[in-house]
Ligand binder design. Sequence first.
Ligand SMILES: Nc1nc2c(ncn2[C@@H]2O[C@H](COP(=O)(O)OP(=O)(O)OP(=O)(O)O)[C@@H](O)[C@H]2O)c(=O)[nH]1
Length: 400
Amino acid sequence: MPILALLPVLCLALVQAFWPDHAFYQAMPFPATAFTAMALVALIATLMRQTEWLYWLAILGGHYWATQNGLQRPLSEPDVAALHQLLPLTASLLMLALSALPKPGLPSIAGVLVLGLCFLLPASLVWLPLADWLAASGLPPALFERPVEGFFMSWAHLWWFSGLLFLWLGLISFRPQDPSVWGQFSTWLAILLFYAFMDRQQISGWATLAGSMALLITLAYRMLHLAYMDELTALPQRRALENRLRRLGRNSAVTMLDVDHFKSFNDTWGHDVGDQVLKLLGAILGRQRGMQAFRYGGEEFTLVFSHARKKAIRDALEAVRAEVEAYPLQLRQDDRPNDSEDGRRQRGSNDGTTETVNITISLGCALRQPGETPQTLLKRADEALYKAKNAGRNCVRIVS
Ligand SMILES: Nc1nc2c(ncn2[C@@H]2O[C@H](COP(=O)(O)OP(=O)(O)OP(=O)(O)O)[C@@H](O)[C@H]2O)c(=O)[nH]1
């Protein structure tokens, strides 16, 4: 669950709100801990070739470094007050831009320049004579007052924070399943937290730690995703199936499913269109209720039922077969790389710029016998699939 990336930051916000003076909270040895956490994230991200995380890490690290080297003074000093407004705002805009725009890869010259900008921007703001600029800007002083005495944000903070939060939520709603966007959002919240509570002891260290943990959780999620999920079909893959088979109950059933004549489909329309078919099949299988779908490998899929009621299984498999058969796959004429005999045979009659093709699948199911191992059950499901192929394809065969 990518949303788990928010956990460290939520915990920190809770501790800040209710137990800011707890002995453990005050005793953490910063900055060594914060830098170690960041180094760990950098190491794992690099080993996993997920180098885009280094940009977020650079923003987080840059802000921590800047606060340690220029903001250890009371908020009542005018230039600190000015930075208190400006640093979270620039961090927010930079992070939103990084989230929404394509980023240069790493290692590359452009990538290193962006990385440098992410790290050095906060420090360069700390070195500028901001208090004078802000005083000369003519902004109404009321903007920098707090809505309620003791509240941690000024009116200006509240305005831009709400606007940017709205943009982040928009970004998340576009990519709710993308773990990276949750990790980035969480890092943004961590940075805002340490500016919001800037006058509290240890807050920048804790927030940097929370931001690093959010990135670590996202990386762990990504690692699990890479290990267990199939990128093309968005279904769990073979390794996840093996885990599931180890937990198979006594009353269960396994179905093997295979696209009919897929080789000639690929030969006619090309592998990329074949990939679209597998993607579509993944979407159809993934939304079925009462069964768990896996990509077994190639154009074969496995469905696991946690019961062995033959009639219910037959109805469910027939429904899947009929849904796939009825799905009109729209293909453009220029999707077709060559015109083979098989292709002519497979295509529909539509002669416009798009053609409608229907694919079919064959399904073989085996109900688990008492004492039967998952491997034998899978083998019998495979044999049932061959029966379905031999029976003319586009059908279901179930063996007890
Ligand atoms: N596009 C695409 N094709 C794949 C993928 N994995 C396997 N294939 C193709 O799937 C085809 C499987 O062909 P066969 O095993 O001969 O079976 P078939 O043509 O579907 O015939 P039947 O199963 O007997 O109906 C091969 O051409 C593989 O190249 C994939 O990920 N993408």
